[in-house]
Design a protein around this ligand. Structure first.
Ligand SMILES: [Zn+2]
Length: 415
């Protein structure tokens, strides 16, 4: 690194605040043992520059990250002054997804103050980011960033609530297994509480969304309902007598209800075969779509799927072909609707809820198509006992990650 570049970088580094420099150190994967724990910004900047000099090939990455982090300053929104929020209980709600982590500060009086999205770097940061200490470190950064972006200070925060994509023991604050993140047995609440000195609650992400439905969504009108979210996997939140049901700990893992016991049943991330989510989740749709694309290409069938790549097709590509009336895409939609309806019917036969509220990235796309909704309803009726088939199928009214962030913050209202 030339002296001139070094000085420019150092000057920029010195303009960062402590949250920003910690974020940069984390993102740039500077080994933790190089940074003295109580170091000030200047000494952290010097350590950083020394490390960057040894890793010269990463210089463009550093420059990009620096600009990105400095750029965030201009995105600061105006929020009530600190005086306005003193004495109010403010909660940081975090939704940890398999593609992104989203977070926001929610006011105790239930008015959303801010909403920020963070690209999830956990898996992209490979060696430094995968694994237990790094998930908690990452969450600690996100809490600080969220607070900072909301014009607040950490000691304004009452509690932190987190929705995690996997099996979560709410009472222990334990992430038992998150297949999408490849993480197991992490004491998230306890470790993050220790780091931040703030009380932390966590639950499964769909349970969090279900709490938001119960308090603010369609769930307000039902004392018994189930939320089913279809994304990377399929999960459910069960509400009985207006309370979320955890069972012994992990109730609602409907993605692993078996719907195929044949020898060719699909292998699931849980290592079992024939699970519901292997037939109707985002990754199932992608697999089915790939098979269809290969089929139309082999037989040279006139279909929009001809122009798609079997390895990189997305559910959105299929929705787009469906909107244009493609017949092969329609066959695929029927296949998905059938499996989705079958799984929903199995849930209804066990608990007969008043309604099933559907959500998740996949549902957003497919459920905008009226005929897909009617296909699911038709197959649902065909598979469900007449007396139980009055369960209403609804689509959540919440957009994007709002429900899970809001729901994660609602975890914090329990004593
Ligand atoms: Zn499974």
């Amino acid at each position: 690194m030339s002296t001139a570049i070094r000085n420019v970088m150092l000057d920029k580094l010195k303009t960062l605040n402590s949250t920003q420099i910690d974020e940069l150190i984390f993102r740039y994967a500077v080994p933790a043992n190089l940074i003295p724990r109580e170091a000030n910004i200047i000494s952290k900047a010097l350590v950083f520059i020394r490390y960057a000099e040894q890793e010269d090939k990463k210089l463009s990455k550093l420059s990009y990250m620096l600009d990105e982090i400095l750029g965030q300053k201009s995105q600061l929104q105006s929020y009530p002054s600190r005086q306005d929020v003193v004495n109010k209980k403010l909660i940081v709600g975090i939704d940890v997804g398999t593609a992104k982590i989203a977070s926001g500060v929610i006011e105790f009086n239930e008015t959303t103050m801010g909403y920020n999205e963070f690209p999830r770097k956990i898996i992209e940061h490979n060696n430094i980011a995968i694994g237990e200490p790094n998930l908690v470190d990452r969450l600690a950064f996100i809490v600080k960033e969220t607070v900072y972006h909301s014009g607040l200070e950490l000691n304004d925060i009452y509690r932190v609530g987190i929705g995690l994509p996997g099996q979560v023991d709410y009472n222990l604050g334990l992430l038992k297994y998150a297949p999408g993140l490849r993480l197991r047995d992490i004491q998230v609440s306890q470790k993050l509480r220790r780091k931040l000195k703030i009380d932390v609650r966590c639950d499964n992400d769909v349970n969090c969304s279900t709490l938001a439905e119960l308090k603010y969504g369609y769930g307000k009108q039902f004392s018994n309902f189930v939320c089913v979210f279809v994304g990377f996997g399929i999960g459910a939140g069960i509400v009985h007598n207006s309370s979320l049901v955890h069972g012994d700990a992990f109730a609602g893992e409907v993605g692993h209800i078996k719907i195929d016991c044949s020898d060719s049943a699909r292998l699931c991330t849980c290592e079992s075969r024939g699970c519901f989510e292997e037939y109707a989740s985002a990754r199932a749709i992608k697999e089915f779509a790939s098979t269809k694309i290969r089929y139309v290409k082999e037989r040279k069938i006139d279909s929009l799927l001809m122009s798609m790549d079997a390895d990189s097709v997305t559910p959105e590509d299929i929705v787009s072909a469906l909107e244009k009336g493609d017949l092969i895409a329609l066959e695929l939609a029927e296949q998905i609707a059938k499996y989705l309806a079958l799984g929903l019917s199995n849930i209804v036969h066990v608990i007969h809820p008043k309604a099933i509220i559907l959500g998740g990235g996949i549902i957003d796309g497919f459920y905008n198509l009226d005929f897909f909704v009617s296909l699911v309803a038709k197959f649902f009726k065909e598979n469900t006992l007449n007396a139980l088939s009055n369960t209403q199928l609804l689509r959540t009214e919440f957009e994007g990650k709002t429900a899970s962030i809001l729901g994660a913050s609602l975890l914090c209202l329990d004593e």
